[in-house]
Design a binder for this molecule. Structure first.
Ligand SMILES: [Zn+2]
Length: 282
């Protein structure tokens, strides 16, 4: 096990993680919600604040989606060859980032049947790269392309992009294709939002990792789990808006806490006769 490298004592954190493991082992269906804190551990700065991407490179326009609709061909040219400093900075940062042990532990929790859905506010693709499958990317994925008509998503490599014939159109419905990342001014795609609510309604346990829980609608999801009588486990080295609520807290970074949580769950599985098995993920 990795030694704890923060203010809380290793023993206290280990006790928190063990309690979290017992909660998850006894839960019928668990879901996770992840936010920017987990990406920070992979070298992606937050957007705002000191050292933030927008602080360094300037902010994207607040009417990005309206600009896309007004001139989708231009928006596509800018996607293919970014010129704005914020767009270049974001692209270079995302290309360099790799999943950390927290992403990998979440993917393994899913494979082992302890996690049934993973809702993320991050656009960086790191959960996919780590192997998570039951993913709900609430703000989209910077690598993917989405049809604004039917929400079908595809990898841009699968499209035959002709720079002389932009914007590309959906092969299924003829709708406009855009980058999957939800822009300022753009509604969250309804299929993802419905998936989130459906996952939360069925969940009796939620793992909330690296989010300040201030951005809606994602911030509403753990509150809904609590209202439904479920348990919320907060994994965060910092206090968040969730901290005053009756949650179980593991006060440490996801990259350290989640692998240890996985270890505890695997150890609990070896202890016979105490806990019922979770439903299989699907
Ligand atoms: Zn379509």
């Amino acid at each position: 096990m990795t030694p704890a490298a923060h203010s809380i004592s290793s023993d206290a954190l280990d006790e928190q993680i063990e309690q979290a493991a017992r909660l998850m082992a006894g839960a019928r269906r668990s879901v996770a919600l992840t936010g920017a804190g987990l990406s920070v551990e992979s070298g992606i700065p937050p957007f705002r604040g000191p050292g933030g991407l927008w602080t360094r490179y300037g902010e994207p326009p607040l009417d990005g989606y309206q600009r896309f609709l007004a001139d989708p061909a231009r928006a596509w040219r800018e996607r293919l060859e970014p010129v704005e400093p914020w767009a270049i900075g974001l692209r270079d940062t995302l290309v360099a980032a790799r999943p950390n042990p927290g992403h990998e532990a979440l993917a393994e929790l899913e494979r082992q049947g302890w996690l049934h859905a993973l809702i993320t506010q991050n656009i960086d693709d790191l959960h996919r790269q780590a192997g998570s499958r039951a993913l709900l990317e609430i703000h989209g994925n910077h690598r993917l392309v989405r049809c604004i008509g039917c929400n079908r998503r595809s990898a841009p490599e699968s499209l035959e992009l002709d720079p002389q014939d932009l914007p590309p159109r959906c092969a299924a419905c003829g709708g406009l294709l855009k980058g999957d990342t939800v822009q300022f001014g753009e509604p969250i795609p309804c299929d993802v939002l419905e998936g989130c609510w459906s996952a939360v309604e069925q969940a009796d346990c939620m793992l909330v990792v690296g989010t300040s829980n201030t951005v809606y609608p994602a911030a509403e999801l753990p509150l809904a789990v609590l209202r439904g009588g479920g348990a919320v486990i907060e994994v965060n080295p910092h206090e968040s808006d969730l901290s005053p609520l009756p949650t179980l807290v593991a006060r440490g970074p996801g990259g350290e806490v989640l692998p240890r949580l996985l270890d505890h769950l695997l150890a609990l599985r070896e202890q016979p006769g105490t806990l019922h098995p979770p439903e299989r993920a699907h």
